[in-house]
Write a protein that binds this ligand. Structure first.
Ligand code: ADP
Ligand code: MG
Length: 361
């Protein structure tokens, strides 16, 4: 059973980037407004995520890192309402199984400024609990020696650590690019890397109050925003329920729900794009998804752009704002691939809104 657990764990946390993503998502789920990510030796030695969120309630200590333990669902019904937020209770248990274990320091509002330090073993069991340590409200999760229980994977991580670290930074850039819309608040994000000789390198610092354009400039400089325009469009998608009804009953009526997409995109003129698709960030309700990987939506955007702008990829930051009750998104097991129904409507809206004088509709 132990082995099985380790294999399935590998699907939630597949690399350094997903480890970081899961930890930061937990901090966001806890309502944090400030998050600090500390890498030691690019994450090889440890990854630490410090937040000012709700903290973990004492009644949750025992179970916190057991498989399928989650405090985020009260009924099965809720599953259909959730988009990219954590809800499977797999991240912490995976991280335990795939490392030398976790250390968690946490305090809720009622315990602060005193908190508790929890030591969790590789099986997700609470090994020790030390009360009365200084801790403001929030949680610090430290993962030590990622992938050490899997020597081959560990070797691979060591060999490619610079690249893996860059991938982790990419997802952190995505969090730094929220706010994408009025609906989402930004987060104060600080990222540092302490390398072997003790030197600490500041990687990223955002204060969470800038406009999207200003955040992008802070990351990449003013020139990066040349030829970039605001993205703001809406399109209709069928709701999950109506898709099912259409398939089951052949019912012609298909109620739709409106999805708004906001962000930034390269102007649809020749030469305005980039030679690589490295600056393409997609969000659902302010949560990044599928960073750095080709998703259906990402392919669609590139396709529209490519129709008249040979060999170029747009700079694009796009937040899909959806009502979660009309959940039109299916989440894959790794929570990183999202399928949009009526994706053609999005492509059409993009053409009509941004390329209508250039492409033949
Ligand atoms: P999930 O996010 O799917 O619920 P996780 O394994 O990621 O599962 O986390 C398990 C539980 O641990 C969460 O449901 C939450 O109660 C708690 N938790 C994890 N990280 C934090 C955090 N930074 N702040 C508060 N609670 C947390
Ligand atoms: Mg989670």
């Amino acid at each position: 059973a132990h082995t099985v657990h380790r294999i399935t764990s590998g699907q939630v946390v597949i690399d350094l980037q997903s480890a970081v993503k899961e930890l930061v998502e937990n901090s966001l789920d806890a309502g944090s407004t400030a998050i600090e990510v500390r890498f030691q030796n690019y994450g090889l030695k440890s990854i630490e995520v410090i937040d000012n969120g709700s903290g973990i309630a004492p009644r949750d200590y025992e179970g916190i890192a057991l498989k399928h333990y989650t405090s985020k669902l009260s009924s099965f019904e809720d599953v259909s309402r959730i988009v990219t937020f954590g809800f499977r209770g797999e991240a912490l248990s995976s991280l335990c199984a795939l490392s030398d274990g976790l250390t968690i320091a946490t305090a809720t509002a009622s315990e602060a400024p005193m908190g508790t330090v929890l030591e969790i073993d590789g099986n997700g069991r609470l090994k020790s609990q030390k009360a009365k340590v200084a801790r403001q409200r929030g949680t610090t999760v430290t993962v030590t020696n990622l992938f050490r229980p899997l020597p081959v994977r560990r070797k691979e991580l060591e060999r490619n650590i610079k690249r893996e670290y860059q991938k982790a930074l990419t997802i952190l850039h995505a969090y730094a690019l929220v706010p994408c819309s009025k609906e989402n608040k930004g987060v104060r994000l600080t990222v540092t890397n302490q390398i072997e000789n003790g030197r600490k390198v500041a990687q990223l610092k955002t204060d969470g109050t800038l406009s999207l354009r200003a955040s992008a400039i802070a990351l990449w400089g003013t020139r990066a925003l040349d030829n970039v325009t605001d993205l703001d469009l809406s399109f209709e998608v069928e709701t999950e329920k109506s898709v099912l009804r259409r398939l089951n009953q052949g019912s012609a009526d298909s109620p739709t729900t409106s999805v708004r997409v906001q962000g930034l995109v390269s102007k649809f003129v020749i030469g305005a794009g980039r030679t690589t698709n490295d600056r393409q960030y997609f969000f659902v309700n302010g949560r990044p998804f599928n960073a750095g990987k080709a998703s259906i939506v990402q392919k669609a955007v590139n396709e529209v752009y490519r129709t008249f702008n040979v060999n170029q990829a747009p700079f694009v930051i796009a937040d899909f704002v959806l009502p979660t009750h009309a959940c039109d998104i299916n989440v894959s097991p790794d929570k990183r691939t999202i399928f949009l129904h009526s994706e053609n409507n999005f492509v059409l809206a993009l053409k009509v809104g941004y390329a209508s004088d250039l492409v033949d509709l």
